[in-house]
Design a protein around this ligand. Structure first.
Ligand code: HEM
Length: 308
């Protein structure tokens, strides 16, 4: 885990508890939820309940984060060093001698919260979709294996190989396009009146960039509902990124995790496809509709991993 640079076991109670409570939060703050647009709904029993469970989950997460911070503080007092070994450590070191209004315990909690949602949830979601599309399309797995054979041959794969694995990159891009992890993007706030291409955006307006609409626009992506990695390959079979491919949004606030997640997805796909044949159990079919939370998450699905 990046926050503590420590690996937790799969049955670690703190991690399970964190994951469950973050799930509650993500469901409650789903961008598509009517509560975001009609705040008065909070007085109705259904939404009142959802807000109450959100508050409860946030409290539990806060307590669990406190535990992780305390653990880190204890290890800091035994090994005195100015070289941070993880994110919490770096923040705590920065706290001493920095303005209190920037570096304080509240901010540290918000930071940990943001990192979990921005990092863990998006990565988990996109990897889930990758597995589903690979399981559904056996020919796509075969093409990736073929590309690995041609490009990497029998040497150990390295990050530098990513540049030449055009089809593999196209598969990852196509998954992130067809199942845009953040379909409504991340809301932005207009700080002053501004006119863009004839449209006036009034100060204090909330903007929700409909990334799903861009990725599913038939004028830009022919037959957008079709899973077709080749649309990201040029005539020479090289990967290219269309201007309208915006899973990480664009501009000054573009996702800071883009490069990390691309590397992780690459490693993930290569390891899975090299070692396993993915398939669906007999008579099973995949439901690609997903569930709308803060991200568009895949529904639980049984997939068979056959060792190669
Ligand atoms: C498939 C995975 C991911 C997707 C689809 C994704 C998508 C996005 C989007 C759409 C935004 C909004 C950008 C904007 O407001 O203009 C964003 C922001 C952000 N992302 Fe990601 N993200 C992913 C993975 C990650 C990872 C792995 C990290 C961790 C390093 C991360 C950290 C952040 C942060 C900190 C922001 C806020 C940036 C800011 O407001 O300045 N994301 N992401």
């Amino acid at each position: 885990m990046i926050l503590l640079v420590k690996t937790f076991s799969l049955d670690d109670k703190t991690v399970i508890n964190l994951a469950q409570n973050f799930d509650t939060v993500l469901e409650a703050v789903a961008f598509g939820s009517p509560l975001n647009f009609l705040p008065f709904l909070r007085f109705l029993p259904k939404f009142k309940r959802s807000l109450a469970s959100l508050k409860k989950a946030v409290h539990i997460i806060h307590d669990l984060q406190k535990k992780l911070i305390n653990e880190c503080q204890e290890s800091m007092s035994s090994i005195k060093t100015d070289v941070p070994s993880n994110l919490i450590h770096a923040f705590l070191l920065q706290m001493s001698g920095s303005p209190e209004y920037i570096y304080n315990h509240d901010q540290l909690h918000y930071l940990l919260f943001d990192i979990y949602i921005a990092f863990t949830e998006t990565t988990k979601t996109s990897f889930g979709w990758i597995l589903m599309y690979l399981a559904q399309y056996e020919e796509v797995q075969n093409k990736i294996r073929q590309e690995l054979l041609e490009v990497v041959q029998d040497k150990t794969i390295e990050m530098d190989d990513f540049v030449n694995l055009h089809y593999t990159k196209a598969v990852i891009a196509e998954v992130v396009r067809i199942r845009t992890v953040a379909p409504l993007g991340v809301p932005q706030w207009v700080s002053e009146n501004v006119c863009v291409e004839g449209f006036t955006f009034v100060k204090d307006t909330m903007i929700m960039p409909l990334l799903w609409g861009i990725h599913m626009d038939p004028k830009v992506y022919k037959e957008p509902e079709e899973f077709r990695p080749e649309r990201f390959l040029d005539d020479d079979g090289k990967f290219f990124k269309p201007e309208s491919f915006l899973p990480f949004q664009t501009g000054k606030r573009i996702c800071i995790g883009e490069e990390i997640v691309k590397m992780m997805a690459f490693i993930f796909v290569v390891i899975v496809v090299k070692n396993f044949k993915l398939a669906l159990p007999d008579f099973a079919s995949i439901d690609f509709t997903g569930v709308s939370k803060a991200s568009l998450s895949p529904k639980p699905q049984k997939i068979m991993f056959k060792k190669i």
